[in-house]
Design a protein around this ligand. Structure first.
Ligand SMILES: NC(=O)c1ccc[n+]([C@@H]2O[C@H](COP(=O)([O-])OP(=O)(O)OC[C@H]3O[C@@H](n4cnc5c(N)ncnc54)[C@H](OP(=O)(O)O)[C@@H]3O)[C@@H](O)[C@H]2O)c1
Length: 321
């Protein structure tokens, strides 16, 4: 699998990494019921497919995703690069609580190391820059974790260019983790050029638009999503937008088909066409999924296909309600 250097770091990451949000199981922003054995199989399958890094976060299932990652890694000698996050905490009531206070970040780092059963976190990312006035305090605490040898590199997620500029003064910023897919392209304008200028690696999340950009997503699948599936919070998974989205995934499937690839592979390869994008984080929750998406790291789309996709995406944007 093709690799690329992440920003200013010495991390050579495969152009597709594994995302473990859904693996966290049910919580306020979960993906409905999840079988831990399926999750472990998916993690091990990613390593067998050659993926050399994975992304997790403490908030995914209130520690559960990190714990399942550790459980899976106990079953293999392979030691992937591990990216996790901080800034979203929870109390006894298990309510998502953003906090960037230094004390909280330092405690979060120790808790993640323990749950993940590792001595150092390769990439430590501020999950959300909330509240904005505490961003410097939180990032300063993350830098302390680097000095203490608990973390190798720092990253940000869901940051504006202005917020990145502020934290870069405190400690080198290795990467940004923003949303990016055929169906969500807002980073193309300001964020990607900023990252290019400052050599900040970009690892994009939800490249499959949470599963919609795959061959398996149908009207029936949408109707069968459990009520606590996070996707139901978005109008793109409900009528009338769902129908419009499925019309366009149908057209995109034809482009994939004539290239002998799947829609999921096309969707990921499309995000990787941008030189600023270091890698895509492909979420998987059961066997077969990452096996299909990981090979997208080695797919280069033709200029004609990219232009045709561009036209389709423009039409879709105009039709959305
Ligand atoms: N920093 C942040 O704020 C943030 C936000 C979102 C995500 N992320 C990270 O980015 C990762 C990826 O994003 P994501 O999980 O939101 O979405 P995604 O990668 O766009 O989609 C993942 C989902 O698509 C479905 N899927 C995956 N491979 C498939 C295949 N080959 N065929 C059919 N369906 C397939 C699975 O759900 P079903 O099987 O249920 O359909 C899977 O959970 C996350 O896991 C997380 O690590 C970070």
């Amino acid at each position: 699998m093709k690799k690329a250097r992440l920003g200013n770091s010495d991390l050579q990451i495969t152009r597709v990494g594994l995302g473990t949000w859904a693996i966290g199981g049910p919580w306020e922003f979960g993906w409905g019921p999840q079988d831990d054995n399926d999750s472990i199989k998916a993690i091990l399958e990613s390593l067998e497919a050659g993926v050399n890094w994975l992304d997790t976060a403490p908030i995914y299932g209130f520690g559960h995703s990190e714990e399942i990652v550790a459980k899976a890694l106990k079953q293999t000698k392979v030691k992937p690069i591990i990216a996790t996050k901080c800034s979203l905490t929870w109390g006894d009531k298990k309510e998502r609580t953003p906090c960037l206070k230094a004390k909280s970040i330092l405690a979060e780092c120790d808790a993640s190391l323990k749950r993940l059963n590792i001595e150092v976190i390769d990439l430590y990312q501020m999950h959300w820059p909330t509240p904005d006035e505490d961003v410097e305090e939180g990032y300063g605490a993350m830098a302390k974790c680097v000095k203490a040898g608990k973390v190798r590199y720092l990253g940000a997620s869901n940051f504006s260019a202005e917020q990145m500029e502020r934290v870069m003064k405190i400690h080198p910023l290795t990467s940004l983790q923003p949303p990016y897919s055929m169906f969500r392209r807002d980073i193309e304008e300001g964020i990607l050029p900023f990252c290019k200028k400052h050599n900040i690696g970009v690892i994009v999340y939800s490249p499959l638009y949470k599963g919609l950009l795959t061959d398996k997503f149908t009207k029936e699948k949408a109707a069968a999503l459990p009520p606590d599936d996070v996707r139901l919070m978005s109008p793109d998974y409900k009528m009338p937008n769902l129908e419009i989205n499925l019309k366009y995934t149908g057209k995109l499937k034809q482009i994939a088909k004539r290239n002998n690839i799947t829609l999921a592979q096309l969707a990921i390869a499309w995000t990787l066409r941008k030189p600023e994008v270091t890698a895509a984080i492909a979420g998987a929750r059961r066997e077969g999924q990452i096996k299909e998406t990981a090979p997208a790291a080695d797919i280069t789309l033709s200029a004609d296909d990219i232009a045709e996709i561009e036209e389709l995406l423009k039409k879709r944007s105009k039709e959305l309600k």
